[in-house]
Design a protein around this ligand. Structure first.
Ligand code: GLN
Length: 315
């Protein structure tokens, strides 16, 4: 059999050893403070869960701590928009290219023609995508994202952290600027504040690394829940997600991460990373001290080391 990870007795010791090696580096990072509530996280936390295709999950460290998905949720608003509207309508308002700019950058929205955001993994792109989700009101649209996450994770208690949501909503001037610019350019239709509200709410969905690895394995398994065998996401849309995870999932560090880890992954400023190793496993990592690109510092190092140890690079 290929790879050490098939030896069940080695899994936890390997995860623990890597955790011990990389966790001191968290000191070099900083928790996100531009959403005030996020600055309350403990910078030294580091939790990891791995879920295999047989459904078995192995966890080490702070895997029971709940954190907000933040940009990880961009994958699931994209999936709902794809299911609601189909790829043609979605890619009419958002592109398929990496930006090389920070996740909340404004600059290319105006300088590129048409003014559509370059991809759905940056803030502007995710806000545009959220505007496509169908539903009578914000609650109904949010519930579609939450229900998908509940089915994928098997955790039906998932919900929104109201403190983080309110904290972001009160301080989101830059996201408001992006959204109103897109409304003016005809990328977003309808009530901008409602679109933003939905975006802040899905960013504030809370989960643990165990939830995240269970969600990630469904994407790794081409949209099929590995245990119930239910096709929760069309395989074509799972493929679109994994492609974006490789090219844009770690913002303007996606190229380096593709070389150093080679795993489709999506990070969030809450400190989480969701990683899907195609046809092998889902991984959830939580370490809230971020590097200068807004990715979990120890989390990135952990995935790079695990990838080498288990030979996980898809390239
Ligand atoms: N909610 C966050 C924001 O809009 C998400 C950003 C992130 O995780 N990179 O700023």
């Amino acid at each position: 059999m290929e790879g050490l990870y098939w030896n069940e007795h080695q899994i936890i010791p390997t995860l623990q050893q890597i955790r011990e090696r990389v966790s001191p580096y968290a000191e070099k990072g900083e928790v996100a403070a531009y959403i005030p509530e996020l600055s309350k996280s403990s910078p030294r936390d580091l939790g990891v869960s791995v879920t295999f295709l047989n459904g078995a999950t192995y966890s080490v460290g702070d895997s029971a701590k709940r954190f907000t998905l933040q940009s990880i949720s961009k994958l699931f608003s994209l999936l709902i928009a794809l299911m609601d509207r189909g790829p043609d309508e979605v890619f009419a308002v958002v592109g398929k290219e990496p930006t090389g700019d920070p996740f909340n950058s404004i600059v290319k929205l105006e300088t590129m023609t048409p003014h559509k955001p370059l991809n759905p993994m940056i803030n502007a792109g995710a806000i545009a995508v959220s505007s496509l989700i169908k539903g009578r009101d914000v609650q109904e649209r949010l519930d579609k994202v939450l229900d998908l996450l509940k089915q994928m994770s098997g955790n039906h208690t998932l919900g929104v952290n109201q403190h983080v949501y309110k904290s972001e909503r009160a301080t989101a001037d830059r996201n408001r600027a992006l959204a109103y610019f897109m409304k003016d350019s005809g990328i977003i239709e309808g009530d901008v504040e409602e679109v933003l509200d939905l975006y802040f709410l899905h960013c504030s969905i809370e989960a643990t690394t165990e939830d995240v690895s269970a969600i990630a394995v469904v994407l790794a398994n081409n949209g099929i829940h590995p245990q119930t065998k239910q096709q929760l996401v069309p395989p074509e849309y799972a493929r679109i997600c994994k492609s974006f995870m490789v090219t844009c999932g770690m913002y303007n560090a996606s190229g380096a991460f593709a070389i150093d880890a080679g795993i489709p992954a999506k990070s969030g400023v809450g400190g989480g990373i969701l990683a899907s190793v195609p046809n092998k496993m889902g991984i959830g990592v939580y370490g809230p001290a971020l590097n200068d690109k807004g990715n979990s510092l120890a989390g990135v190092l952990f995935l790079e080391e695990l990838s080498k140890e288990w030979n996980l690079s898809i390239f």
